[in-house]
Design a protein around this ligand. Structure first.
Ligand code: AMP
Ligand code: ZN
Length: 114
C-alpha cells in the first residue's frame, strides 16, 4: 500500500466518519467542510487522480457516480441540487493524491469556482 492518507483511512488506520462503503468505494465526511453537507467518495484502489483514469480502472468512476446519486436521494439533497468536484494536480489544488470526489450540498454554490 502506498503511504497515502486516504488509503490509511480506507484501511481504518486513521479514523473517519463513514457515510457509505461497499467493495469498490468508501465515502466519509470531509474534516474541513465547505458546505453544510460535504463528504468525499474515494475508490478503495489507489488511483492518483482523475488524470490517472484509464480503460482498466474507469468502471469505478461510473460506480462512484451511481453511489453519489443514490446517497443524494437518501440524504435528502437530490431535489435542491448539489455539486461534485474532483481537484487534479497542483493548479487544480489537489492536496491528497488519491482520487476523490467532493460532494457538496446544503447551500447555493457560486460559479466560477475560485
Ligand atoms: P483536495 O484538496 O481536493 O485534495 O481534497 C482533500 C480533502 O481532504 C480536503 O477537503 C480536506 O479537508 C480533506 N481531508 C484531509 N484530511 C482528512 C481526514 N483525515 N479526514 C477527512 N477529510 C480529510
Ligand atoms: Zn491511496
Amino acid at each position: 500500500m502506498p503511504d497515502c492518507l486516504f488509503c490509511r483511512i480506507i484501511a481504518g488506520e486513521i479514523p473517519s466518519k463513514k457515510v457509505y462503503e461497499d467493495e469498490q468505494c468508501y465515502a466519509f465526511y470531509d474534516i474541513d467542510p465547505q458546505a453544510p453537507t460535504h463528504f468525499l467518495v474515494v475508490p478503495k484502489a489507489h488511483i492518483q487522480s482523475a488524470a490517472a483514469i484509464t480503460a482498466e480502472n474507469e468502471a469505478v468512476v461510473g460506480h462512484i457516480f451511481t453511489v453519489i446519486a443514490r446517497l443524494a436521494g437518501e440524504l435528502g439533497f437530490a431535489g435542491r441540487g448539489y455539486r461534485v468536484v474532483s481537484n487534479i494536480g497542483e493548479q487544480g489544488q489537489q492536496t491528497v493524491p488519491h482520487l476523490h470526489f467532493h460532494v457538496l450540498a446544503g447551500r447555493d454554490m457560486t460559479w466560477p469556482p475560485g
